[in-house]
Structures are given as structure tokens and as C-alpha cells.
Design a protein around this ligand. Structure first.
Ligand code: MN
Ligand code: MN
Length: 465
């Protein structure tokens, strides 16, 4: 009788991957690194995905509902894509969802100020950040300004080597005695996250009769903005501009096995799932790829998963009524593709060793998130977990289980619960990161590749029987 394997152990990707797979993982990571180096806002991600999808034969969803591969943008900040399956939509659909927003410093509606001969842009941070991590970094500015006429100006500054960057200053240690004694959460005040933007003034008026300009540096900045982009101070009120870490993502480690870069939560899942989705050619069930916005602030707002756009998209796609939709959703399955926190050996005390994911041990299946007593979590069923175990074993997808930290040490959530509310069987899956939500997050190339292989190998087959 064959010896039954009774104990369970995680496996290291490098012990399992063949040389070909290792090379494929490194190649895939190069494409990913280019993606996160360039794409730093949800709108940029949506524009990128639309363009890539069009190259693969996708077109905008319209009334005729003829096309097999379609997409629909939601206010240019979120995108739903579909590949029609062999079966009708009323048999259910297969969804993979990731979020394209990431923590950052948003400009306030009236951001521009001048103080002591320096000009600054005031910010209001977006998402859960440790504020002290965002000072003294080179930052770039990304986003749009919409003029009263409706004309949209796109702005990206600080990414190219010859472009200037912005920064938030911090106190020198010599004078930081009081600051250093504060709690970390209070050490850097939200209202002091101001971006240093300029120091050159407009020249002083030589003519004594003209009243002097009060804020000459601010005035010079406004002139520069008008000359470069055709915008005035009032136009900044109708803008979405954000400061993010400037420059490209980098290979990390002497062996180049890791990636250091901004916005990997959750664009690592966006890239992996979108690339895999594009390859789902003849799926059994209709395959849906959702790139959604506003996850980092609790999925609130018109471009978030709570806006109801998924139902709208499916009704449009299938030409079905709400009742028929409810039937279809009840038979649907979703992967909520989002990252988990990897065990950091320098901070072991916040994790419970056995249930915490490790970097390099494959993509992470998180059965439930939430905090203290599974509060506010969406828990995947044992049946769905078992099905995925079967499927991943069959298709040789390396995975591990994950839980977000020790009980009562904090916690977090994903969009899983909002899909579950629509009666869709849902599970969280994605790679583990280190330094999550910091300006420079760390991911593992092997885990990225395993995450890509989840939908690639399993997407169209998910069918529990
Ligand atoms: Mn996330
Ligand atoms: Mn997050």
C-alpha cells in the first residue's frame, strides 16, 4: 500500500519550478515591472488595459451585443471586460476582480500655497498609509485637470530622468526632540504632507505705481502652469491629481528574485489576472475581468464595486432582466485577486507562524479576512476551497494558505465581501507582499508567476460538481 501523505507543508517555488518555468517567471516579471513603472493611477491602468484589450480584438460593449470580447469603462476609473463562454450567461459566469487604486497623496481642491518664499501643494492622503513613510521621497504628479469647458488635461511630471520631482520635507533629527517622542501615528501630521513645488519668484515690479504682487513664487507657479498646461488656479478645483513615488520599479536582491516598487497592492494582481484573462480564448463559462477603483478607501463611490456596475454590465452583456441576473449570479464564482501580508522575519510578533504566508511559496489563498472574530469578513466555503485545491493540484499551480496577522492585532478586508453580498461564491487569492502600503512594496517573482497561472490554468474551468 502506498504511504499516505498525512502532513501538510508549504513548498518553495524554486524547489518546484523547472528551469523553463523559472525563466518564464523572470520574463513575466520584466513585463510586470515595466507595467508598474509606468502605470501609477487607476485611470492610467484603465487606459492601458483598454488599449491592450483592443489589440486582442476587444471592442466596447454596445446595444447589438454581438461581439465575443467586450469591455465597458466605468467613468474612466474602472473597467469590466468579458469573453463570452460556450454556455449562456444564465448558467453563471467566472469573475476575477482586482483593484487598480493604491495609497497615495491626493491634492486638495485648493492646493497651492506660498510660505516663506517657497510654494507648496497641500495634500489629503488616500488610503491607509503610515504618514511618516511618505516624507523625503522623490514624488511625481499624475492625474487630470478638467477645465470648465470640459476639456481634459492629462498631467504626468516627475517620471522621466530629465523631469523635476516633488517632495514632502521632514524635520532634521537635531530639532526633532519633540517629534521623536510622539507616537508614530502622530509624528507626521496629515496637514504637514505638503509637496514642495517651487522657489523662483516672478520679478519685483520696478514701477512704483503698480501694487506689489503678494505671493511672487505662487504667482510664478501659476504662470508656469498656464504656459505648460493652459490651466489657472480655479481649474485645480476640478482635478484629480495625486503624488506618487517617482521613477521606475526595480529588481530587488543580488539574485534579482524580488521586485521593489510602488502600487503592487493591487496592481500585481491586475497585471497577473489581466494577462491570463486575455489568453482565455474559448472559455466554457463567460469570463469576466474586473479592474475596480476605490478599494483602498473601503469600496465607496461610483467607480467602486459597491456602485452596482457589475450587475449593470452583466445585464447589458446578456440582455437579461434583474431576476435572470440573480439566477446567474447564484451560479457564479469569483476570485477576488488581492495581496496578503507576507511573514517579515523582522516583525514576527504580529503574525502567527503556521497560518501566515511566506514570500516564495506560491500564491496565497485567504479563506477569510476581517478582524477580531472574523468581523466584516467574507469567508469562502470549504467546498470552494476543496475545489480549488483539486484544480490547482491538477494544473500544478503552487499555492499556500494565508491569514492576515495574529488574531486581534489589526486586520483588513478586500472586495470579496461585496461580491459575496451579490450571492457570488468568492475567495481571496493573490501573492504576499512585504512593506505593504508603503511607497516601495516588495513582491516575489515566483509568487507573481504562480498568481498569473491561477486564472490562466483554471479560469474557465471553475465549476463545482
Ligand atoms: Mn489590496
Ligand atoms: Mn491595500
Amino acid at each position: 500500500m502506498a504511504k499516505e501523505k498525512l502532513t501538510y507543508e508549504r513548498k518553495l517555488v524554486w524547489d518546484v519550478f523547472s528551469d523553463t518555468e523559472k525563466n518564464a517567471a523572470f520574463d513575466f516579471a520584466s513585463g510586470y515591472r515595466r507595467f508598474i513603472s509606468e502605470i501609477k493611477t487607476e485611470k492610467e491602468a484603465v487606459t492601458w488595459a483598454k488599449k491592450e484589450a483592443e489589440k486582442k480584438g476587444f471592442s466596447e460593449l454596445n446595444e447589438s451585443r454581438k461581439s465575443k470580447k467586450v469591455y465597458l469603462a466605468i467613468r474612466s476609473s474602472a473597467l469590466a471586460l468579458a469573453i463570452r463562454g460556450k454556455r449562456p450567461i444564465r448558467d453563471g459566469v467566472r469573475i476575477i476582480i482586482s483593484h487598480v487604486d493604491a495609497p497615495r497623496l491626493d491634492l486638495k481642491p485648493q492646493p497651492l500655497i506660498e510660505e516663506e518664499g517657497l510654494s507648496f501643494l497641500k495634500t489629503h492622503y488616500y488610503g491607509g498609509i503610515k504618514k511618516y513613510q511618505w516624507v523625503t521621497k522623490p514624488l511625481s504628479l499624475h492625474g487630470i485637470v478638467v477645465l470648465k469647458s470640459g476639456v481634459k488635461k492629462e498631467i504626468v511630471i516627475g517620471e522621466k530622468e530629465n523631469e523635476p520631482v516633488l517632495t514632502v520635507t521632514d524635520l532634521l533629527p537635531h530639532l526633532a526632540k519633540d517629534q521623536m517622542e510622539k507616537k508614530m501615528s502622530d509624528a507626521v501630521d496629515g496637514e504637514s504632507l505638503n509637496l514642495l513645488i517651487a522657489s523662483l519668484p516672478v520679478p519685483k515690479e520696478k514701477d512704483k505705481k503698480t501694487p506689489p504682487v503678494k505671493n511672487r513664487v505662487k504667482e510664478a507657479v501659476l504662470k508656469l502652469l498656464y504656459q505648460t498646461y493652459g490651466i489657472a488656479e480655479e481649474d485645480l478645483i476640478s482635478a484629480e491629481l495625486a503624488a506618487v513615488p517617482a521613477g521606475p520599479a526595480r529588481e530587488l536582491g543580488l539574485d534579482r528574485s524580488l521586485i521593489l516598487g510602488y502600487g503592487q497592492d493591487d496592481r500585481i494582481c491586475t497585471y497577473a489576472s489581466f494577462q491570463a484573462f486575455l489568453k482565455a480564448d474559448e472559455p466554457e463559462y463567460t469570463s469576466i475581468c474586473l479592474l475596480i477603483d476605490k478599494e483602498e478607501i473601503g469600496s465607496e463611490g461610483t467607480s467602486s464595486i459597491q456602485s452596482g456596475f457589475l450587475s449593470f454590465f452583466l445585464c447589458q452583456l446578456a440582455g437579461i432582466t434583474e431576476t435572470e441576473l440573480a439566477r446567474a449570479l447564484a451560479k457564479s464564482y469569483a476570485l477576488s485577486a488581492d495581496v496578503n501580508a507576507g511573514l517579515d522575519p523582522s516583525y514576527r510578533e504580529v503574525t502567527e507562524s503556521q497560518n501566515t504566508p511566506r514570500l516564495g511559496y506560491g500564491t496565497v489563498i485567504t479563506k477569510y479576512t476581517g478582524h477580531g472574530g472574523k468581523f466584516l469578513s467574507s469567508e469562502a466555503s470549504a467546498e470552494y476551497m476543496a475545489y480549488l485545491r483539486r484544480l490547482f493540484e491538477k494544473h500544478k499551480v503552487l499555492w499556500q494558505t494565508g491569514e492576515l496577522g495574529k488574531i486581534d492585532k489589526g486586520g483588513g478586508g478586500t472586495v470579496a465581501k461585496y461580491l459575496a453580498r451579490q450571492n457570488i461564491e468568492t475567495i481571496d487569492i493573490g501573492p504576499a507582499l512585504l512593506s505593504m502600503h508603503s511607497p516601495y512594496e516588495v513582491s516575489h517573482k515566483g509568487d507573481l508567476y504562480c498568481t498569473y497561472r491561477v486564472p490562466n490554468r483554471t479560469y474557465s474551468y471553475i465549476s463545482i460538481s
